[in-house]
Design a protein around this ligand. Structure first.
Ligand code: MLT
Length: 206
């Protein structure tokens, strides 16, 4: 199995979509388990640790500076994560997951959507930015994506998250983009909106 340190928690409700939890810079495989349980109790949780270290802090791809990505590494790491998800699906017997990514984790999830659309059933992108300046033409074919941005986010300019929403929409995703009165950190509103959104996606899929 592609080698990611990870946690897996089986579903307690077979009808809930599995979640692929992707932490932010300096986080690990334990970080988002609580969030996953809050937004979709009953879902299987698959939570890998990013394999890139920046001054000892795990990430999902290399960056040259804050907000400036090593795009070759973004591509390579996104495909590697896609392979991990495919292996984990076989090992744990789960269907394609909905990604729930925060910050760097949201950025790799966005890259994965653009590079390997079949890996994810959808995505919750929390404080994401455009991961690739020249992404391939993807066909996201109505895939549901919730993008939650912070109005006062010092890392992600409003124009950048708007561009990401447009990029995913052009690729055919069904994007809901909301800008919250928040910074880069998550707020209670993120949890509530993500929970309601997952519930509605789930109901449509059932
Ligand atoms: C990134 O590097 O992915 C973004 O700058 C967000 C972050 O991790 O700080």
């Amino acid at each position: 199995m592609t080698d990611f340190i990870h946690r897996f928690e089986p579903a307690t409700d077979a009808g809930s979509p599995p979640l692929l939890l992707l932490h932010g810079t300096g986080g690990d495989e334990n970080d988002l388990l609580g969030l996953g349980k809050m937004i979709s109790p009953g879902s299987a949780l698959l939570s890998p640790r990013g394999r890139v270290l920046e001054h000892g802090m795990p990430r999902f791809f290399r960056r040259l500076s804050e907000g400036v990505f090593d795009e070759e590494d973004v591509r390579r790491r996104a495909l590697e994560l896609g392979d991990f998800v495919a292996d984990a699906r076989k090992q744990y017997g789960i269907v394609a997951p909905v990604a729930v990514g925060f910050s760097n984790g949201a950025n790799i999830a966005a890259a994965l959507l653009l590079l390997k659309p079949d890996v994810l059933a959808g995505a919750v992108l929390l404080r994401a930015m455009v991961p690739l300046s020249d992404p391939p033409k993807a066909n996201l074919d109505g895939k549901p994506v919730l993008l939650l941005s912070g109005q006062a986010d010092p890392i992600v300019p409003a124009s950048n998250s708007a561009q990401l929403a447009a990029l995913l929409t052009q690729a055919g995703a069904s994007v809901t983009h909301k800008v919250l009165p928040a910074g880069h950190q998550l707020s209670q509103a993120d949890v509530t909106l993500a929970r309601n959104w997952i519930g509605s996606v789930d109901a449509k899929a059932a």
